[in-house]
Design a protein around this ligand. Structure first.
Ligand code: AMP
Ligand code: ZN
Length: 114
């Protein structure tokens, strides 16, 4: 989608601090990190939000979630613990409407979230 920030990062039209890439998935550091590790994992194909997924996307969602676990393992935060979050729409604070999985960790996290 031409006016989508994350599509522009995927297309290298906007710089991103990329930590992983394959044919279907890109992961990059959040520009405003909320913890020592704060990585966004996105599909290269534009999907606006969790609510826009279809059955055809099940494999892609699995890849996002599995990639978060692999990055957490690579960073040495898996045993200590980490959080994975999809914010969806206004009340959850979604600001970028290209689906993204937040991987947050490297410090003790509070629960419940605000
Ligand atoms: P959300 O509020 O769940 O939609 O998350 C959007 C995230 O994108 C926020 O955590 C922002 O800090 C992050 N973000 C915004 N612009 C950029 C950018 N250019 N590069 C990396 N992360 C960004
Ligand atoms: Zn997009």
């Amino acid at each position: 989608m031409s006016d989508c920030l994350f599509c522009k990062i995927i297309a290298r039209e906007v710089p991103g601090s990329i930590v992983y890439e394959d044919e279907r998935v890109l992961a990059f550091n959040d520009i405003n990190p909320q913890a020592p590790t704060h990585v966004l994992i996105v599909p290269k194909r534009h999907v606006a939000s969790l609510s826009d997924l279809t059955e055809d996307d099940d494999e892609m969602v699995g890849e996002l979630v599995r990639r978060a676990a692999v990055i957490a393992g690579d960073r040495g935060i898996a045993a200590g613990g980490y959080r994975t979050v999809f914010n969806t729409n206004r009340d959850a604070g979604q600001t970028v409407f290209h689906i993204h999985l937040h991987l947050i960790g490297g410090r003790r996290l509070q629960w419940p979230p605000g």
